[in-house]
Design a protein around this ligand. Structure first.
Ligand code: BG6
Length: 484
């Protein structure tokens, strides 16, 4: 099968940080179908040779084990070519059409790694140039819009040019191996299903913590914030994966139907819950890993009086028979104490105690997304160090480390998703109705912040966020992992 993969925004951050390294890994693993072209598109005046040299230089930033050797790059670069084009100029589209006509590939993937403001005009021009035939697939990066209305407008314009099965809305968290393993754990094994409900589960916590700040994305981030950047998409997709009903089969729409039901079942916000169950924060100066870091408001591209949140913690519920009353907590932030993403399923304690157990100890299943990838099952056991059988139980942990079990050279998130687009598999992509529902649910939070003069709560970089986040969960009698 021949393919053309066009990377719009071909000299941009996403391409050199994520997409090219992922494509190179796919190439190295031999999983890119033979006979493909990777076409970078951007406004810079470059030719093929200069584009290849630029991409090569960018690999210096990639970790050593994932960097191509000279020999590997010389084979990989044969796939790369470049088209200079300004997406906002109708006159520039014929050059792209000419490039594609050079060889009529079986599949053409158009990856929009550009500012979302360009999507609508792009779709109109692509349709006008007749570049929206059935062999075309379009990949849209998040954030798709900044609220429900703008999201709808983008989705409508994309659907005027392409049918839904040609549209691949990326949420790279769905490509992470541990998220696929969560589906495998829940729907390929019968063990946990009977326990996976309100009768047995006390609460579920989803944490996506980053040590990094906003890097060089100050201007983008300051008009976006953590709610739009992480909660509306990544965190809610994780919540869907952990909370959804078993789908009737593994087809894309069966899975997406179930995720949509979760989003529709999220408890509606009230003024009271908005006040008590949502915490926003912004990092001040501090130290991450022993290195002093500056306050968010001092970052390049950020307003000195910015009220953009770099941290969100919230509590919600899925209002259905399986989950009614079970709190789901989400927290995410930049410049936190650690880089860690995990989902923690906290089971209820044994209903009747015949042993002595440490305070607060109960069974816990942790699905680790990163930095390590695997499962931890926390149980209580008798240590048996004493001569007499002890009545006191101690916490023990069963580890399933997927990196050790399956090798750390497994397919990464972007690699998986890019290969899926080329193969036309939609399972790990987000449907427009899911996206709209997620926007509908976060909108009241955005609205409430507009009217809240207090602004985000400050937290020192290198900590776990503002104290109000701990206070929120403590009011329910629970705690975040690192505090328990
Ligand atoms: C992106 C956000 O979608 O996800 C970034 O825009 C964030 O702000 C990134 O840093 C986190 O992804 P990962 O895979 O590094 O956890």
């Amino acid at each position: 099968m021949s393919f053309d993969l066009i990377l719009f925004g071909g000299t941009g951050d996403l391409v050199w940080r994520k997409l090219m390294p992922a494509l190179f890994q796919a190439f190295r693993h031999g999983s890119l179908p033979a006979g493909g072209r990777i076409i970078g598109v951007a406004r810079d005046e470059l030719d093929d040779v200069q584009y290849r040299a630029l991409i090569k230089s960018r690999f210096d930033h990639v970790e050593l084990a994932k960097r191509p050797t000279e020999e590997e790059f010389s084979r990989f670069e044969a796939l790369l070519c470049y088209v200079r084009m300004d997406l906002s100029r109708a006159d520039d589209y014929p050059a792209l059409a000419t490039k594609l006509k050079e060889r009529q590939a079986d599949t053409v993937v158009m990856y929009l790694a550009t500012a979302p403001g360009l999507f609508t005009g792009f779709c109109e021009q692509i349709a006008a140039a007749g570049l929206n035939g059935p062999e075309m697939r379009v990949v849209l990066e998040k954030p798709l819009g900044h609220d429900l209305q703008s999201n709808r407008a983008i989705n409508e314009s994309v659907r005027r040019a392409f049918s839904e099965n040609q549209i691949f809305r990326i949420d790279h968290y769905l490509g992470k191996p541990s998220v696929q393993n969560l589906f495998a754990l829940r729907f390929g094994n019968a063990l946990f299903e009977p326990l996976w409900r309100r009768e047995n589960i006390a609460n579920i916590q989803i944490t996506i913590a980053e040590e990094l700040g906003i890097e060089k994305r100050g201007a983008f981030y300051d008009s976006t914030g953590a709610l739009r950047d992480m909660v509306q998409n990544h965190a809610l997709q994780l919540l869907c994966a952990v909370g959804m009903e078993p789908p009737i089969n593994s087809h894309a729409d069966a899975i997406r139907d179930e995720k949509l039901k979760v989003l529709r079942s999220l408890k509606a916000w009230t003024p009271e819950t908005l006040r008590r169950h949502v915490v926003r924060g912004q990092y001040g100066a501090g130290a991450v890993n022993g290195t002093a870091t500056q306050a968010y408001r001092r970052e390049t591209g950020v307003s000195e009086t910015s009220t953009t949140e770099t941290f969100v913690a919230l509590r919600t519920e899925i209002a259905n028979w399986r989950w009614a009353g079970v709190p789901f907590y989400i927290r995410t932030g930049k410049r936190l104490a650690d880089r860690a993403a995990f989902i923690e399923v906290n089971f209820r304690p044994a209903p009747h105690a015949i042993f002595k157990t440490p305070v607060g100890a109960a069974n816990r299943l942790v699905i680790n997304l990163q930095p390590k990838d695997g499962l931890e099952l926390h149980l209580l056991a008798q240590g048996q160090q004493e001569r007499r059988v002890s009545q006191t139980l101690s916490p023990v942990q069963l580890d399933l480390d997927f990196d050790k079990r399956f090798g750390s050279e497994r397919v990464g998130a972007y690699e998986r998703l890019l290969l899926d687009v080329i193969d036309g598999r939609l399972n790990l992509f987000v449907r427009s109705d899911e996206q709209e529902e997620a926007w509908r649910w976060v909108e009241p939070i955005m609205e409430s912040w507009k009217n809240d003069a207090e602004g985000p709560r400050a937290y020192a970089a290198g900590t776990w966020g503002p104290a109000a986040s701990s206070a929120m969960i403590a009011r329910d009698g629970f705690c975040w992992t690192e505090e328990c």
